[in-house]
Design a protein around this ligand. Sequence first.
Ligand code: NAD
Ligand code: TDX
Length: 342
Amino acid sequence: MSMRTLLVTGAAGFIGSNFVRMLARRREPVRIIALDKLTYAGNLANLADLLGDQVTFVRGDICNAELLDHVASEYRVSEVVHFAAESHVDRSILGSGPFVTTNVIGTQVLLDLAKNRKLDKFLYVSTDEVYGTLPEDQPDVKFTEETPLQPNSPYSASKAGGDCLVRSYFHTFHLPVLTTRCSNNYGPYHFPEKLIPLFVTNLMEDKQVPLYGDGKNVRDWLYVEDHCDAIWTVLNKGKFGEAYNVGGNNEMTNRQITEIILREMGKPWDKYVRYVQDRPGHDRRYAIDASKIKRECGWEPKFRFPEAIKTTIQWYRDNESWWRQIKSGEYLKYYDTQYGGR
Ligand code: NAD
Ligand code: TDX
């Protein structure tokens, strides 16, 4: 059997780069073509130390069918692991165009590549946000794979668009697809526009942290390496045409997260927390029932929040130049647009 060659899209982003790093560290017997457009969120520094015999970087847009076909033929790609996306809910509220282009059309172009080239597998990295929101007064209710897709933000709607297209290529063309729907990730290389890295780096800069609304929205937080391990597990053990929820069984309010970060960084609440105007359409609660992936693939999370959040904060302490380079230029304009008027 010839060597498996994975086309990993969005490989210079947060989760994609952690996925490539994990496979390289474990010496998994696969070649990796790391494709990324290097948007504002993509950063070659996330991959730089991994490039070599096993990992090849290609700069490119997943909407470019010709380029993808060339890459697939040149490197004999056998499988696709599709991370590339516009991923930030707040940016999708400021403007949804790039979300539809990359998350819907880009996914369709990649699906056609897999169909035309008869690739062995196609894994779509979806999100729990496609399910919409849960009530906070019924803690036993969680998202299962049977929960209807009811996305509430332009980001989650575009991810649901990709998710539905993937499903349709299984039913219509028998494409060997797999879908994972994961909850909120945290860990190294997380872009500092998202809650945890934004708050950690703001505090390192001795700035306040902007908490939306009443701060009681609930997310289920999973360490990024657990997510990457779940994706690899589903790629190898999942059943084609199926979706698998991935979660940390670790629901927390944004206030709780903020308290933990403040305590770890030795900053008092009253001086550093600024309540700001809520995110429009802000989903109240996400919670994942991840029993299917455990039952069918034997996966469950290994990292625990109290330790993994410390590891994460320490990573931002040790890698100040990484985030300081990001928090300049375009980022400052975004920060001002997003938080200036709140
Ligand atoms: P990210 O924004 O850090 O990375 C996305 C990467 O995709 C970037 O490197 C960017 O340059 C690249 N990209 C964007 N548009 C592209 C295009 N048209 N062509 C090629 N590359 C392009 O996002 P992330 O947090 O690493 O998320 C990765 C995937 O996981 C996304 O599909 C996201 O929906 C999903 N997901 C994320 C989370 C989370 O908590 N971060 C949870 C569940 C699912
Ligand atoms: O400044 C902030 N203040 C604040 O209170 C930011 C950026 C966020 N929040 C709140 C909003 C959410 O309730 O924190 C929570 C987490 O927000 P984000 O980090 O923006 O993540 P979320 O909107 O939950 O989406 C994330 O998880 C699912 C990822 O960004 C998505 O790509 C993934 O699909």
